[in-house]
Write a protein that binds this ligand. Sequence first.
Ligand SMILES: CC(C)C[C@H](N)C(=O)O
Length: 521
Amino acid sequence: MNRGGSSASASANYLLCTNCRKVLRKDKRIRVSQPLTRGPSAFIPEKEVVQANTADERTNFLVEEYSTSGRLDNITQVMSLHTQYLESFLRSQFYMLRMDGPLPLPDRHYIAIMAAARHQCSYLINMHVDEFLKTGGIAEWLNGLEYVPQRLRNLNEINKLLAHRPWLITKEHIQKLVKTGENNWSLPELVHAVVLLAHYHALASFVFGSGINPERDPGIANGFRLISVSSFCVCDLANDNSIENASLAGSNFGCAEGGLPGPSVLSEHRHCLPSLQIVDSLGELEALMERMKRLQEDREDEETTREEMTTRFEKEKKESLFVVPGETFHSFPHSDFEDDMIIAADVSRYIEDPGFGYEDFARRGEDHLPTFRAQIKHASLDYTWENHGFSLVNRLYSDIGHLLDEKFRMVYNLTYNTMATHEDVDTTTLRRALFNYVHCMFGIRYDDYDYGEVNQLLERSLKVYIKTVTCYPERTTKRMYDSYWRQFTHSEKVHVNLLLMEARMQAELLYALRAITRHLT
Ligand SMILES: CC(C)C[C@H](N)C(=O)O
């Protein structure tokens, strides 16, 4: 096994699952039965989604009206837990894919593929490969970026920055795209492309965050499909929503995080945790509601200084850099999972520089804290969606601004006034904390918001989930999904995902549009 290579490089090919302790080969592909779990999501029991769907005529109407694939796909099924939102989502997606617009139809789908490939989201890639071909795309392009016209290829850079470090986008990037002679992009075309890229990066967050299952495809031989296990262990893919599985999620018990518990420790936890956890999480829910109430009451009498508000934002931003998703794997000594990560060739051909990701400063030590992050200030009107982004987008690409604006408002205001089993609760503070925390991770600050609230309302396991879903969605596991807010319903967790996805999309758009504005002025 070790012929000719050092032991370090040999061991770099192996990983140890922290959950079941199985030794895995990084590049191994396995055959798993299809579907992995029944229903549209691997995280949500099928009956919860299906019940909602069959009762809902509105969803069927929306699908007929706005679906490009013409079927009720898994994303739509899961989103239909929130029909009001679904309508805004489908309308804007339909607009950017099908209505009159600057870009030809197949190019739109190719751009969607490029965006999804940044997160190795094969669900979205497959879907848009289909639609690319159906709308008359040239099959050869599907061999990868080398086969597409240079103009489209030039989008690679902005795709990469937008997906992982949008604060780095400058007017020079825009200039390069609009002024490259015969391969140039007109501004309306570029805005169309940017909207598509941001939409599909964000949608990849939703797909991974909600555990969207592959579409059932009768064409797949014997009901099996090949999956790469380079980033998952089968034990994580298995999902029966059983208590035993859920017990492994216990973030408070440290069995899935930190050190490597031996098999005996794990099985002990399996048997003793469930009842403990329910008591514990009930307490968590009550405590969270108490904190929300206190924040609402305190707001009137507390006067915080400007400096203090700035400090709180900086503190939260800095801390977010150190929120590292609990890795599913511990690499063997000397191997660096990040660098060695093997990305299936069929996905990476749509991108260049696959190793480029959200800058994880925590790994580099404190000396490298970012100083380059832009602050988009609300009151100083530097740049906001309402005041700038919206009108620029609308000006360059007709009505898309209205549609996006409607969708952002919809998701920001969506509430059922519930908290798990409690009714008539004002959840504004909590929903705002979720949205603003995402913007905070992207360096966007609202100076009328007190970031101390984020700290009080979002527990660590939730922050880990948020960071994973928004920054490296492909690393989301069922364990992460299960480990926060254990008393809440699946529909509420999908609601969280909608907030995260839209906050991410808006953050990307803000940076791209600000760069376009600077280019224009
Ligand atoms: C994300 C959840 C806390 C939202 C809550 N269930 C509401 O209706 O507002």
